[in-house]
Design a protein around this ligand. Structure first.
Ligand code: FES
Ligand SMILES: [Fe+2]
Length: 409
């Protein structure tokens, strides 16, 4: 991204103030529908952990971008995804939110058309064969499904570029974490009164950190300077060898995980000292999830848009089975901390949203430190087919702080 004309090359920052997205994009139902179609309908969206579909013929229903989706395991246990819609006259197929099919067939509850688990239409109930009808022309409508590290993603565009090609560089950054072996130990869900983009914009800057997150700034001292990474400081080269946490982005001295006391309860198998010393590593699969990796656990935060001014966050804490069985393991020390930070962010997001409808407020302005917010907004414009505000290498929303091993998030 370093050839981007409005991005500083020597440090992480914007070279000039840039206009933010139009306020109407956070308020209009029509624009919301456009984003569902053009962004959420064409990107890889996190659905669930693979463990939540346990064994052949298990299924779950989802809503992705307002579309009814059915995720299932076929008779061999392979994941498959379809629109949860019968090809006859469009009835919903599976009515239960989750379950296990009794046979290797999905039978429509309306007129009994039946499909095998590859989606082929096998029977048409009481309907007689008729001219102009061929069963092979009416398979279930497929979506693309991919699994990485035990995370199941779907793309409504069945011809989408493979998940691995789009996100492989970022996931390689956390290759040492034993993600596929980890299990959900705790969940937290909260509905926020804000547009989903407000959440991501807040995620993409730390100007709010000193004011909104006192506990987090104590644990991650660089956040207390209102920046996210060493190179966010225009003067970083003068301190390039300084490994003090407020310069390097690591956790405060004596701490090695994000928790109420900062003390890790064990270490996940496979992690190196560098992995642990980083304090946190993030994988962001825009627009639906970020995954925070720590020494002894992983936290996923899924974003679900509900309406122009409403969204939900659904967090999951993943642990290694050995950690969960550890005598004296205190999960609340970990989950209380993440919940506190998410509550603080949620309140800030609602505050942001509530002010957007002021007459005369057409759009905001992005300052030097808001380079990641700018990149996010460029990504949004690009997904919507709108011209980017600046020319440059903007093929994907590569994160500057993410690309560098010593970056703090
Ligand atoms: S709508 Fe499904 S069988 Fe008629
Ligand atoms: Fe925050």
């Amino acid at each position: 991204m370093d050839d981007h004309p409005v991005l500083e090359t020597r440090f992480n920052g914007l070279t000039r103030a840039m206009p933010s997205l139009p306020a109407s994009w956070y308020l209009d139902a029509e624009h919301f529908a456009r984003e569902m179609r053009e962004i959420w309908g064409k990107t890889w969206v996190y659905l669930c952990r693979a463990e939540e579909l346990d064994g052949p013929r298990s299924f779950r229903r989802f809503d992705v971008a307002g579309q009814p989706i059915l995720l299932l395991r076929d008779g061999d246990g392979a994941l498959r995804g379809f629109f949860n819609t019968c090809r006859h006259r469009g009835s919903v197929l599976c009515q239960e939110p989750e379950g296990v099919l009794k046979k290797n067939l999905i039978t429509c509850p309306y007129h009994q058309w039946a499909y095998d688990l590859s989606g082929r239409l096998r029977a048409t109930g009481a309907m007689r064969p008729v001219d102009g009808f061929d069963r092979d022309d009416f398979p279930l409508l497929p979506i693309a499904v991919s699994e990485w590290g035990g995370f199941v993603f779907a793309n409504l565009d069945a011809q989408a570029e493979p998940f691995e090609r789009l996100h492989g560089d970022e996931t390689a950054f956390v290759a040492n974490w034993p993600l596929a072996e980890m299990r959900v130990g705790h969940r937290f869900t909260k509905v926020l009164d804000c547009n989903w983009k407000i959440f991501w914009e807040n995620y993409n800057e730390c100007l709010h950190c000193p004011n909104i997150h006192p506990e987090l700034c104590d644990l991650v001292p660089i956040y207390g300077r209102a920046i996210m990474a060493r190179r966010d400081d225009p003067d970083w080269e003068a301190h390039a060898d300084d490994m003090a946490p407020h310069r390097s982005g690591s956790l405060k001295s004596g701490a090695d995980t994000w928790s109420m006391d900062g003390v890790a309860q064990g270490r996940l198998p496979g992690l190196t000292d560098d992995d642990v010393d980083a304090g946190q590593r993030y994988v962001t699969v825009m627009p639906s999830v970020f995954i925070a990796h720590h020494a002894d656990y992983v936290r996923t935060v899924r974003i679900r848009p509900l309406a122009a001014e409403r969204m939900a966050i659904e967090a999951e804490w993943l642990f290694h089975p050995d950690t969960l069985e550890q005598p004296g393991f205190d999960m609340a020390r970990i989950t209380d901390f993440g919940t506190l930070v998410m509550e603080q962010d949620g309140a800030a997001c609602a505050l942001n949203q509530a002010g957007l409808r002021a007459q005369g407020f057409e759009r905001g302005v992005l300052m030097q430190e808001e380079y990641e917010v700018f990149l996010f907004q460029e990504w949004i414009r690009r997904q919507l087919g709108e011209p980017p505000l600046s020319e440059g290498n903007g093929a994907s929303r590569a994160s500057r702080r993410q690309a560098r091993p010593d970056a703090a998030q």
